[in-house]
Design a protein around this ligand. Structure first.
Ligand code: PEP
Ligand code: MN
Length: 263
């Protein structure tokens, strides 16, 4: 179903007033984790000011260590929605357990399925039973075929509103957190009609190369970019190293927009 052979026209997904996969490029931004109302609100205000329509924020965090901050759960989603409503932003948050979907959906406009869960077929099937758009992240070591099959798990259950996002893969390279596979963008655009985004934050883990990587993604045909923003990254409860502060976020946006690649 996700193949372009099956549907030559690109899928366009309406999220609140924003179209993903249409003519205009899309920016998704927000903190790695929702930590408090105040923290999320500061980011929401910055997005509003910058004209960025979709606010991300993790509430169920798939952390490497069980001793690290695990997220605020449903309370985090409530904060996200409160801020989204305040500023007219759509919300997106990762869901890690099919049992949380029903309770979570009233608070989010897009369900994020994280890299670690791209192979969680029961979660994919459960997301496929909903009618809420899904942002599916590429697995840490997933091939293009595996990625598209994961998307197929969702759409085959009737939920055709799936967006794909490249977020870097594991290689031997240590100077970036993951390796941004830019070739995934034109391949996915060619093989599938689904919108394709690039998460420049998790793929690189480096604030100093976000703008060139975002420009490369757009030049390669990406429909949008995801980036992490925190009012005070130094004290962030997750991904403190890689989140942009608000002035850095505005600079990042200007640099990407000045390139003319952000349509
Ligand atoms: C995230 O976007 O919050 C996240 C955990 O990313 P990934 O699943 O790509 O590691
Ligand atoms: Mn993160």
């Amino acid at each position: 179903i996700v193949s372009r052979k099956n549907q030559p026209d690109s899928t366009v997904i309406k999220v609140k007033d924003t179209l993903v996969g249409g003519k205009a490029s899309i920016m998704v931004a927000g903190p790695c984790s929702v930590e408090s109302y105040q923290q999320t609100r500061e980011v929401g205000a910055a997005l509003k000011e910058a004209g960025v329509p979709i606010l991300r924020g993790g509430a169920f965090k798939p952390r490497t260590s069980p001793y690290d901050f695990q997220g605020l759960g449903i309370e985090g989603l409530q904060i996200l929605k409160r801020v989204g409503d305040e500023f007219g932003l759509a919300t997106i948050s990762e869901i890690v357990d099919p049992r949380h979907l029903e309770e979570a959906i009233p608070y989010i406009d897009i369900i994020q399925i994280g890299a670690r869960n791209m192979h969680n077929f029961e979660l994919l099937k459960a997301a496929g039973e909903t009618r809420t758009p899904v942002l599916l992240k590429r697995g840490l070591a997933a091939t293009m075929e595996e990625f598209l099959h994961a998307a197929e798990y969702i759409v085959s259950r009737g939920n055709t509103q799936v967006m794909l996002i490249e977020r870097g893969i594991r290689t031997y390279e240590k100077w970036t957190r993951n390796t941004l596979d830019i070739s995934a963008v034109p391949i996915l655009k060619k093989e599938s009609h689904l919108p394709v985004l690039v998460d420049v934050t998790h793929s690189t883990g480096r604030k100093d190369i976000l703008a060139p990587c975002a420009k490369a993604a757009l030049a390669a045909g990406a429909d949008g970019i995801m980036v992490e923003v925190h009012p005070n990254p130094a004290v962030a409860l997750s991904d403190a190293q890689q989140q942009l502060n608000i002035p850095e976020f505005h600079n990042f946006l200007s640099e990407v927009k000045e390139s003319g690649l952000f349509k």
